[in-house]
Design a protein around this ligand. Structure first.
Ligand SMILES: Nc1ncnc2c1ncn2[C@@H]1O[C@H](COP(=O)(O)OP(=O)(O)O)[C@@H](O)[C@H]1O
Ligand SMILES: [Mg+2]
Length: 404
């Protein structure tokens, strides 16, 4: 272990309620480079040429729909699957030829994969046994790991005698017991109900802060990804679509897939007319709208994403520099703090708007005529399909290709 690591034993001491809040991140573990990794299963390319550079101590989430290659990627990092091509590196060292137990990565599997015939204690001791660690030192590590996830009192139980949340904590203890350099978590909250899930999200994030280890976390849940991660890598069909900080991806999605998968989005298609004084005008049907200037040439097709919360809805025209179209309410729902409107318009088709309740219409009705508006800086221009790599991905690919 390098200097400056927080072991789970040391971290357990930090976990008292008084010190927990003030404990700053103690950087530990190692960074990881996934370098142009591909995996083929017969005719299926489960992962294609994926490059992700994960600095030490980062909480990186891989987000994508079912079947996008998330588990395959994680299994290759863990060493349970062999890449068809590409390399995996920790620092300067390639780990691709090392068996799982030599990689020093902790793994929480999809569905936990606890051994049903072993007690909680035996489950957590298993990774130590595989690594040839036994005796009083190993016993203490198991005890500390169980204390750490607050399950010390259930050490003698079998997994089936535990709740879903408790099983999840056993899986976390088992992944952390040998002080791994990197912690890999495959949809670790998938089996929990909504309330427990949000509690464990907070707990896992605090755990990451406390240990300072590198976390590689897999989920298909966008809210989970947004709320927990330092960065999110979005995958589709085995391919990395975009990688960046949550706010960066949400505010500047690179393409329709990202804009739609991470949050909800309206799309506006038009033809660029020209830019002047920082404002770009585009034609959409018989109407012209404005957006922030971009490098689209006059006559070029442009697509914009417009988030529902950036759409205004009013009973009368607002005028001014706002973009505005007329429409009719198809459906509306009231959520206490906000309204969601589904509105049909001639120019943009179907528009979804989320409006704070205090700004909403006084008495919305289905079929009612309304004005839909949005600021010129509310739209984000998307890359034309097929999607080009974002600058970050292009940069990472270039760096990887340069053989660093
Ligand atoms: N062992 C395997 N043999 C053949 N195909 C597989 C295997 N594991 C995964 N796949 C295929 O690879 C693709 C990616 O799967 P997976 O990594 O499990 O996706 P995710 O975890 O994102 O749901 C899917 O098309 C899946 O059917
Ligand atoms: Mg999976």
């Amino acid at each position: 272990m390098e200097a400056g690591h927080a072991s789970i034993n040391e971290a357990a001491a930090w976990r008292s309620p008084v010190t927990q809040m003030s404990a700053s991140r103690v950087s530990s573990g190692a960074g990881l480079l996934i370098d142009r990794v591909s995996k083929r299963y017969g005719k299926v390319m489960a992962v294609r040429q994926t490059t992700i550079d994960i600095p030490r101590g980062e909480f990186l989430t891989i987000l994508g729909p079912s079947g996008s290659g998330k588990t395959t990627l994680l299994m290759m990092v863990a060493g349970f699957e062999q890449p068809t091509s590409g390399d995996l590196r920790v620092g300067a060292k390639s780990i691709v030829a090392l068996p799982p137990e030599k990689r020093n990565f902790g793994m929480v599997f999809q569905g936990y994969a606890l051994f049903p015939h072993m007690t909680v204690e035996q489950n957590v001791a298993y990774p130590l046994m595989v690594r040839g660690q036994k005796g009083p030192d190993a016993v203490k590590k198991v005890k500390d790991a169980l204390e750490f996830v607050r399950l010390g009192h259930l050490a003698a139980r079998l997994p089936r005698q535990l709740s879903g949340g408790q099983q999840q904590r056993v899986a976390v203890a088992r992944a952390l017991v040998f002080n791994p350099d990197v912690v890999l978590l495959d949809e670790p909250l998938g089996a929990l109900d909504r309330k427990l899930r949000s509690e464990v999200q907070v707990e896992l994030k605090a755990l990451h802060e406390l240990l300072g280890s590198t976390f590689l976390f897999v989920t298909h849940d966008q809210e989970e990804a947004l709320s927990m991660s330092d960065r999110i890598a979005i995958m589709r069909d085995g391919q990395l679509e975009q990688i960046g900080a949550p706010g960066e991806l949400y505010e500047r999605p690179g393409n329709r897939f990202v804009a739609d998968f991470l949050g909800k989005s309206n799309f506006i298609e038009g033809v660029a007319q020209g830019s002047m004084d920082g404002v770009m005008v585009y034609q959409c049907g018989a109407r012209r709208f404005s957006a922030e200037a971009c490098d689209a040439l006059p006559g070029e097709a442009v697509v914009f994403a417009l988030r529902p919360e950036k759409v205004g809805v009013s009973a009368t025209s607002c005028g001014g520099t706002l973009n505005e179209v007329c429409g009719r309410i198809l459906h509306w729902n009231y959520f206490g703090s906000s309204f969601r409107f589904e509105i049909e318009t001639a120019e943009l088709g179907h528009v979804t708007a989320d409006v704070p309740a205090w700004k909403g219409l006084a008495s919305p009705r289905t079929g009612m005529e309304v004005f839909v508006n949005w600021e010129r800086n509310a739209t984000c221009r998307l890359a034309a399909e097929p999607y080009q790599a974002t600058p970050q991905v292009a940069h990472q690919n270039a760096a990887a290709a340069a053989g660093r």
